[in-house]
Design a binder for this molecule. Structure first.
Ligand code: GLC
Length: 516
């Protein structure tokens, strides 16, 4: 799956902000790359306090991005290319400009009052509990003078939390999903899904826990029945409709509970590997945890970058070789990989001068516009779009890399093609191979009649990787030796995908046997 951050992907209307016509014009890139599905960060009408994660209408498109007809056209064209489309559904909170919240705040007696989480002041007049909102270092509560109560917002004050304990909220939110499913959308990425269920007592965060509310307290059991009902809703539709949840809990075992008994999320983001350093020791632990904690209950997911974190090329020290090795890792593990637009160019985090900062969460640097070509406008309508360009845009852009078979972009394409043609890589088993150097992780993927081996050298030295790592190099992170027998040597920060060598036995001409 490939994440598009619509503001930053491609500008089709000439205002320096990406939009749906821009995306539509560049679907061909996704098809060329070989992805199966695209997930769009929110495209709904929004005051953009959190760049669309503050939704004012769940069943429409913000004019900044285009029209409903533009979205329909994106879905139709994507389907024509064999690409599924997922939207981002933001159920934990709305915008404070949403008519539901406007009604809710209008008076204590409004029928929608209880659609949000309102509480009386604490005895000292302050916020009802000690929860802090994301980013600001300030309370997760805002006082409403007119009605004399506080409302809860785990994020910005402009993002009031919905009250999922109220059945009317659930009915209304289900209707928003049906609206898009009826239009042929293939599924949803569900924003901060672990925070939906809340203990109505809203207890203080214990002193020994991090005060970030959405990362700690809000793993409440009340979320699970909500997810089961969402699953039933999706299962009522034809085709493969999918939901992937942003379970922002930095504990893989807890993330795994969001698959339920196969009756909750289809896929859950597991962020601990994203925050792990790029070393063999730390990745061995991550792989073991996913194998132990997720694999028995659900299909794993893998992600290294998204619109909320520093791009992994930069996190891993900036070296392109390491970003290439990471691509081999990401695209050959057992599970569904998520790419974030621009990582296929090997983009690093953009430098944002203080006067250009726009995001209240400090995330602008990973949201820089995608450079499509080497002109001063990089395929946009202006040399100066809503955020500054990423580093090296004059040469690190889609057009240049498409012409260069040695580029990172071609590496991603070869890896995706290898995945597509190998049942073992798609859904085969995965087992680690022992006896490799300390800085290396090697594993075997296997399904009936198909087999692949992957080896990643996380370290700074060239290493010799002996048998049983034989086979033909199908993809190498540096492109070296592809199509030839593996030499057994891995350079610093490099990785290979090996397929069985087909040997023709002289004794029985014409018969082929697989040898690894
Ligand atoms: C999720 C989104 C993030 C957003 C937040 C509030 O973490 O990924 O971008 O700011 O939720 O909706």
């Amino acid at each position: 799956m490939y994440q598009v951050y619509p503001r930053s992907f491609a500008d089709g209307t000439g205002d320096g902000v990406g939009d749906l016509p821009g995306l539509r014009a560049h679907l061909e890139h996704l098809s060329w790359l070989g992805v199966d599905a695209v997930w769009l960060s929110p495209i709904y009408p929004s005051p953009m306090a959190d760049f669309g994660y503050d939704v004012a209408d769940y069943c429409a498109v913000d004019p900044l991005f285009g029209t409903l007809a533009d979205l329909d056209a994106v879905v139709a064209d994507a389907h024509h290319l064999g690409i599924r489309v997922l939207l981002d559904w933001v159920p934990n909170h709305t915008s404070d400009a949403h008519p539901w919240f406007q009604a809710s705040r209008s008076s204590r007696d409004d029928p929608k009052r209880d659609w949000y989480i309102w509480r009386d002041p604490a005895p000292d007049g302050g916020p009802p509990n000690n929860w802090m909102r994301a980013w600001g270092g300030t309370p997760a509560w805002t006082f409403d003078e007119a009605s004399g109560q506080w409302y809860l917002h785990l994020f910005l004050p402009e993002q009031p939390d919905l009250n999922w304990a109220n059945p009317e909220v659930e009915v209304a939110m289900h209707a928003t999903l049906r609206f898009w499913l009826d239009r042929g959308v293939d599924g949803f990425r569900i924003d901060v899904v672990h925070a939906l269920g809340k203990d109505p007592a809203l207890p203080d965060t214990p002193a020994d826990l991090s005060p970030i509310p959405h990362a700690t307290l809000n793993d409440d059991p009340r979320t699970h029945p909500i997810l089961r009902r969402l699953r039933t809703l999706l299962d009522g539709y034809d085709g493969d409709r999918v939901m992937v949840g942003e379970v922002f809990l930095l504990d893989t075992a807890r993330v795994a509970t969001y698959y339920g008994d196969g009756d909750e999320l289809h896929l859950a983001f597991n962020f601990p590997p994203l925050f792990a350093p790029f070393t063999a020791t730390s990745w061995r632990k991550q792989l073991a945890r996913v194998e132990r904690e997720v694999a028995p209950v659900g299909w794993p997911t893998w992600v290294l970058s998204n619109h909320d974190v520093v791009r992994h090329r930069t996190r891993y020290g900036g070296d392109e070789a390491r970003a290439r090795a990471a691509a081999v890792l990401l695209l050959t593990l057992r599970g569904t990989p998520f790419l974030y637009a621009g990582e296929e160019l090997g983009l690093a985090q953009a430098e944002i001068p203080p006067e250009r900062v726009v995001d209240p969460g400090g995330r602008d640097g990973c949201r820089a516009p995608i450079p499509w070509d080497g002109t001063p406008e990089h395929g946009w309508s202006t040399t100066d779009p809503w955020l500054p360009w990423p580093p090296e845009a004059e040469r690190r852009n889609v057009a240049n890399q498409r012409e260069d078979p040695a580029s990172v972009m071609h590496l991603y394409r070869r890896l995706l093609a290898a995945r597509r043609s190998s049942p073992a890589l798609q859904d085969g088993t995965m087992e680690l191979i022992d006896g490799v150097p300390e800085d290396v992780i090697a594993w075997r993927r296997r399904s009936p009649g198909d087999e692949r081996i992957v080896a990643v050298n996380f370290g700074p030295e060239t290493v010799a990787v002996d048998a049983p790592l034989g086979g033909v190099v199908e993809v190498a992170s540096d492109g070296a030796g592809e199509g030839r027998l593996f030499t057994g040597t891995l350079g610093p920060s490099s990785a290979v995908l090996l397929r069985p060598a087909v040997t023709t036995s002289p004794a029985s001409p014409g018969s082929a046997s697989l040898a690894l």
